[in-house]
Design a protein around this ligand. Structure first.
Ligand code: C2E
Ligand code: MG
Ligand code: MG
Ligand code: MG
Length: 291
């Protein structure tokens, strides 16, 4: 985050801002303003059931529609929001927006579960479960409306407290998912103790699996691991028909990626969903580097 760069229009927010520094205070002020001025946008990206081509859920992804800088991607402000603690306000905003989208879909007869990303700070927030329950009640939704995605690294920041929050959320009926699986440092022994329902294979492995044997093996063994632990498994980064075909052949349950759709503004998403038709992949080969 560099004042000069911002003035010239090419904003770069570094993840490491000194809390209390001038830059940090001004970004915090801008984020507060963004919430009040209605500059946050909820984008939704579908997840497809790879065997049948149906859309059962979508991930909520945050964007900041800045009046001068345009659409700011999450990587430019989420790390700072996490560091400063402001993420809790953003998470609340995202959950409220996700539940509004859920209820719009519901009103159109579309059954959908929406995944929301949680950060370490959210997991350490003792009031989070009650807060989410209150928001569900206000929207007339049950806990099956949401899936909560948590990265391995967010869990490993404070494994004991994270486990406590996850157990509460699980008992309340929320589906829980481990995001970016394979990129963190959690041990399998620890993961086994978590009350989670789903693993999301990080897109770095999926993007590389068509040409790299090592990545293909990681994808394959993660699918088996998930199923052996009784979890469903989602592949991120499905960019090609071939990736879909390979993943389906390996038994992967769901896929998410540009081949299906990019994240879309919520209004456009519902329109897209009504018109979705699964592609015909019968001529696509599922031959892999795995042989
Ligand atoms: P994530 O939770 O792992 O989300 C998936 C990211 O992969 C999204 O990036 C999505 O646009 C991107 N993606 C999806 N399909 C493809 C594909 O086929 N190819 C490629 N190359 N990329 C694909 P996005 O929206 O930029 O978000 C980046 C990260 O920012 C998210 O990663 C998540 O960690 C964080 N984030 C986004 N929204 C929120 C939020 O509301 N709260 C929190 N705590 N974090 C968020
Ligand atoms: Mg996610
Ligand atoms: Mg992810
Ligand atoms: Mg990620």
């Amino acid at each position: 985050f560099d004042a000069k760069k911002r003035q010239s229009g090419s904003m770069v927010y570094s993840a490491q801002l000194d809390v209390g520094s001038q830059e940090s205070l001004s970004l915090l002020g801008e984020l507060r303003h963004a919430v009040e001025a209605g500059e946050l946008r909820l984008y939704l990206q579908p997840k497809v059931d790879l065997a049948r081509g149906r859309i059962l859920s979508a991930e909520a992804l945050l964007r900041w529609q800045h009046p001068e800088r345009g659409l700011v991607p999450p990587m430019h402000f989420i790390p700072f929001a996490e560091q400063s603690g402001f993420i809790r306000t953003l998470t609340t905003w995202v959950i409220a927006a996700a539940l509004r989208a859920w209820s719009q879909a519901q009103a159109q007869g579309l059954e959908l579960r929406i995944s929301v990303n949680l950060s370490t700070r959210d997991l350490l927030d003792q009031d989070l479960p009650a807060k989410i329950m209150g928001m569900l009640a206000a929207q007339g939704a049950g806990s099956q409306a949401l899936c909560l995605e948590i990265t391995e690294s967010a869990i490993m920041d404070d494994p004991q407290r994270a486990l406590h929050t996850l157990e509460q959320l699980s008992a309340l009926g929320f589906k829980l998912s481990i995001d970016d699986f394979g990129t963190g440092y959690s041990s399998l022994a620890y993961l086994k103790t978590l009350p989670v329902d789903e693993l999301k294979i990080d897109k770095s492995f999926v993007l590389a699996m068509e040409r790299d044997l090592g990545d293909a093996k990681i994808v394959h063994s993660t699918i088996e691991l998930a199923h052996n632990l009784g979890l469903s498994v989602v592949a991120e980064g499905v960019e090609t028909a071939k990736a879909w075909k390979i993943l389906a052949a390996l038994g992967c349950d769901e896929g998410q990626g540009y081949f299906i759709a990019k994240p879309m503004p919520e209004a456009q998403f519902l329109d897209w969903l009504r018109h979705w038709q699964a592609p015909d992949l019968s001529s696509e080969s599922a031959d892999t580097v795995l042989g």
